[in-house]
Design a binder for this molecule. Sequence first.
Ligand SMILES: C[S@@+](CC[C@H](N)C(=O)[O-])C[C@H]1O[C@@H](n2cnc3c(N)ncnc32)[C@H](O)[C@@H]1O
Length: 309
Amino acid sequence: MQKSEDVELRPSPHSAYQPFGELHNCYPFVKWAGGKTQLLVELDKVIPSEFDLYFEPFLGGGAMFFHLISNRNRLFTAYLADLNRDLITSYKIVKHNVKELIQLLKKYEAEYKEDPIEYYYTLRDIIRPKNDIEKAARFIALNKTCYNGLYRVNRAGIFNVPIGRYKNPPICDSNNLENVSQALRYSKAIIQARDYGQMILGRAEKGDFVFLDPPYNPTSSTSNFTNYTDYGFGDNDQEQLASIFRKLDDRKCRVLLTNSDTPFIRELYSDFATNIKEVSVLRAINCKASKRTGHKELLVRNYDNDTCF
Ligand SMILES: C[S@@+](CC[C@H](N)C(=O)[O-])C[C@H]1O[C@@H](n2cnc3c(N)ncnc32)[C@H](O)[C@@H]1O
């Protein structure tokens, strides 16, 4: 069964960041609003050339983590966190119980093929998981078949997204799940459902790499999707995050943050203005294709280009 607590000792400097051979390519196993897959080309240009531990405390689909570990073919110890408990349970199950998980997902895939609507609403509204493996399977299967891969819960914490329209959704991507499991085990990933601040301030030290991908600061009153959990992420949270960014800078961590390009975010990180890069990205969260173009995002970091790959 899954280990109750993932605890790892800090390796000696740079020893965690070594090339290694056998890891297979992998990518996010969930669709996630604000996922960074489309931004990887830009992010790749600003990855620090060396670091000790890796921190990704707004994990979501983990596009950056999977990019670093599989495309960069580097081994490092990773601290991964998100406030979304079901998401984190799924990561832990993929890490420790991937075979049992795949069995269940294959069953859901077969049920979907027989009758998508019956499958979806039974899984969403009737089935109540009895253990974490069943929880993870339900979470992943719903994520792959719900509308736009959205995660939304009602006041009672019950997932309430309607079914999406797909011909052949990849509910059980066995190959990738096996590869993700291997990546999480090789990187000795410590995976926690907790607030970003608690995770990084308690652990990150000089020479570590911290990637911060918080919920977006809304660019307009109609684009305020920050509801990944029950808590939301408002202006006060963005201010608090900026102050943690500065604390990590004082500690000499290498910190990279993404956010939307708004005057508020530019002001919050004005101390790092020389290392702010503007990039264009399509935002998949908007269901109307016409509204998916032209968004600008900011990459803010506290280190220079000559320390990047
Ligand atoms: C923009 S998404 C991250 C996307 C991710 N980088 C990817 O590639 O899929 C932001 C994530 O932060 C999480 N989150 C929101 N508030 C948080 C908090 N206070 N601490 C930790 N995670 C939080 C949300 O659940 C969401 O998964």
